[in-house]
Write a protein that binds this ligand. Structure first.
Ligand SMILES: NC(=O)N[C@@H](CC(=O)O)C(=O)O
Ligand SMILES: [Zn+2]
Ligand SMILES: [Zn+2]
Length: 426
């Protein structure tokens, strides 16, 4: 029997975590020609990977990533961002449309998919702008964008400030069965702020962004989901009251989901060093109480998934000081460790549930088939070393950018290897 050795491997002695089957067990795992196969089919001469002490799971899917191409290639490209995500244990990521120009046409959506295929390390699933030019002025042609390959619609970086535009957009997306992702932050209330408004911002003398900048929009858009039936995914939830609103919406049976970022789970405004602009992010790192509420939301499933909001910026841009530097932090290569450390090690999630939040849960939100370790499944896999303690050194990132708040921090857990269609990456 012949097989392609570059897409075939036998993982020996791994602990397999298969959230689709709800199972964690010690076993070998065979990958043959990029497909998970029955152990009884193992051919002679196959490469073996010693996975004793390691966990093998479906590879991670990120619902929220910025690749900066076109227009921001000094900070990241599809190729460098793909390497960063592959190194982080991912084989798929949803790209945000806030490039320059924005991804707001079928041609721009197709271009992202072409760049993704050319890089060949992960599947980049493009989100398209919710409104043309992300101007918040009118709905777009969602059918045409979806036909070109858009998996969701968002004006990430902002949200339509006019509730009537948001309602019309959600109504139109609902007709196509599509998904709206929402950067829930009122542009008016956010204006001029650079960190969470509270005791710490007053201490530092920095302009604040109130929690209500987020919660007002979460409330507005849950009401719009109720009226329109549109599937609504709240991005990068930061405030305790947002978690309460989302919990209540779910209880009511509304089609609302939400994501938690690694950085909002790991840090609060007390951790902000005003001399380090890598802590400047939108929405801002909020109070310790907000952070506790996010962890409670992760625990009870109100926050369905983790998502990185990987937002690369050049060292030059981040050197402008806390007032003028752009918002955003990289996250692809710290996501696994940061979320394992803040949730599993903290006793909030089991390892199986933690894997679920990076795999089957985001796939379900996208309406894609559940990633699985069953024979016949595509071998998009991550091999995790969950005992590995490491100190984050951004100089070692594959990303073009280094703007990580985790620099110098110790995390537990990392991707030891990633397989994309059976091939080791990056
Ligand atoms: N999160 C951020 O602080 N920045 C993001 C935009 C966004 O996700 O809102 C970026 O594109 O840099
Ligand atoms: Zn955003
Ligand atoms: Zn974003």
């Amino acid at each position: 029997m012949t097989f392609d050795p570059s897409r075939s491997v036998l993982f020996r002695g791994a602990t397999l975590i298969d959230p689709a089957a709800g199972r964690e067990q010690e076993d070998d795992l065979l990958v043959l020609d990029g497909i998970i196969s029955r152990l009884s089919e193992t051919p002679p001469g196959l490469r073996e990977y010693d996975a004793r002490g390691l966990h093998v799971a479906p590879a991670f899917i990120d619902l929220h990533a910025h690749f900066r191409e076109p227009g921001g290639e000094a900070a990241e490209t599809v190729a460098t961002g793909s390497r960063a995500f592959a190194a982080g244990g991912f084989t798929a990521a949803v790209s945000m449309p806030n490039t320059r120009p924005p991804v707001d046409s079928p041609a721009a959506v197709r271009r992202i998919r072409e760049l993704s295929s050319a890089a060949g390390l992960i599947d980049i699933l493009p989100a398209a702008a919710l409104t043309p030019a992300r101007s918040g002025e009118q709905p777009a042609d969602y059918t045409a964008l979806a036909q070109a390959g858009a998996v969701a619609f968002t004006d990430d970086g902002t949200t339509p400030s006019d509730p009537e535009v948001m309602e019309a957009a959600c109504r139109a997306v609902a007709r196509t069965g599509g998904l709206v992702m929402d950067h829930a932050q009122d542009p008016k209330l956010e204006a001029g702020g650079v960190m969470h408004e509270g005791e710490r911002s007053r201490e530092l003398g920095l302009p604040g962004i109130s929690a209500s900048a987020e919660t007002d929009i979460v409330e507005r858009d849950i009401a719009i989901a109720r009226m329109t039936g549109c599937r609504l995914h709240i991005q990068h939830v930061s405030a305790a009251a947002s978690v309460d609103l989302i919990r209540a919406a779910k209880k009511e049976g509304l089609p609302v989901t939400a994501e938690a970022t690694p950085h909002h789970l790991a840090f609060c405004d007390r951790d902000i060093d005003p001399g380090n602009t890598n802590f400047k992010v939108n929405p801002p790192l909020r109070s310790a109480r907000d952070r506790e509420a996010l962890l409670a939301g992760v625990r009870d499933g109100t926050l369905d998934v983790f998502a990185t909001d990987h937002a690369p910026h050049t060292a030059e841009a981040k050197a402008r000081g806390f007032i003028d530097a752009p918002f955003g932090m990289v996250g692809a290569e710290t996501a696994a460790g940061a979320t394992f450390t803040t949730t599993v090690l903290a006793g909030i999630l089991s390892p199986l549930e933690w894997v679920r939040r990076w795999t089957t849960a985001p796939a379900a939100i996208l309406g894609r088939p559940a990633p699985s370790l069953a024979p016949g499944a595509r071998a998009d896999l991550v091999c995790l070393d969950l005992d590995h303690e490491w100190v984050v050194d951004p100089e070692r990132f594959h990303s073009k950018s280094r703007n990580s708040p985790f620099c110098g921090k110790t995390l537990t857990g990392r991707a030891a290897a990633t397989l994309f269609r059976g091939r080791f990456t990056p």
